[in-house]
Design a protein around this ligand. Structure first.
Ligand code: PAF
Length: 253
């Protein structure tokens, strides 16, 4: 696996003859890789000639400084995992390279991004869409891979690609869960042992037959601080806190 640290280096590789007529699959991540990311990478490896993974903890999508500062960074083991998987390229950009304008220009969706997580994390999806657009413009992939755990993010990225006529196929991968049902997330690393034991009750209660009001009160009774539980169409979305750790999930009803 080749590690690329600058946009210029990637551009040189991208125009190289050996890349011609090859399909490129792209998996953007913020690192702290887990089995959910591995599924995305595996799918890209199967569907493309070349797979590029990026790791960049994108500060513009954190509306809370403490959340950004405590976001897990496990770069050494991430590199080991990706090398073992035979990923072709790992892109590791720096803030000043991705944001030469210091985030003066942004991509803003004005409707769905204001609901669910967007209601509680103002500006979050502006940061996500902007960095994904930048990464797409740099990497120029044929396909890009996103998990259904961040369902709202996935839908907003699909919408952006449609709205801006971007020639990229967005491929989604179902949420990967631990044996006890907890959706895998880099943030799970920050749960204490007791919180980790309680956490699987979140998806369990979320997918129960109870009405939304009762789901909320049951979660609260069991020790979760509920941010929202909402149903849109046949999908139920929720965000809760266990201590300072924010967990999100969604289930098809
Ligand atoms: O889902 C994530 O890890 C991030 O939101 C993404 C898509 C890599 C953008 O920073």
């Amino acid at each position: 696996m080749k590690i690329i640290r600058s946009i210029k280096d990637w551009k040189n590789i991208r125009v190289n003859n050996s890349m011609r007529n090859k399909t490129i699959g792209f998996v953007p991540t913020m690192g702290a890789l887990h089995k959910g990311h591995i599924e995305l990478v595996n799918k890209s490896l199967k569907q493309n000639d070349i797979t590029v993974v990026s790791i960049f903890v994108n500060p513009t999508q954190f509306n809370n400084k403490e959340d950004l500062q405590s976001y897990p960074v496990t770069i050494k083991s991430d590199i080991e995992i990706l090398t073992e998987m035979n990923v072709n390229y790992l892109f590791l950009p720096k803030y000043k390279d991705l944001y030469p304008d210091d985030f003066k220009y942004k991509i803003i969706e004005t409707d769905f991004s204001k609901m669910l997580c967007g209601r509680f994390r103002p500006g979050h999806f502006d940061g996500v869409l902007t960095v994904v657009m930048k990464l797409f413009n740099i990497i120029k992939p044929d396909r890009a891979y996103f998990g259904e755990k961040d369902y709202q993010q996935l839908e907003l990225i699909r919408g952006m690609v449609r709205s801006f006529f971007m020639d990229i196929k967005i491929v989604s991968v179902p949420t990967v869960r631990d044996k006890d049902g907890l959706a895998l997330s880099s943030r799970n690393l920050r749960l204490s042992a007791i919180q980790r034991q309680l956490a699987p009750r979140f998806p369990e209660i979320l997918k129960s037959d109870l009405p939304i009001k009762h789901i909320k009160s049951k979660l609260a009774r069991e020790g979760f601080k509920v941010e929202y539980v909402e149903q849109i169409g046949n999908r139920r979305f929720a965000a809760v806190y266990l201590g300072k750790v924010r967990l999100i999930d969604n289930v098809k009803i």
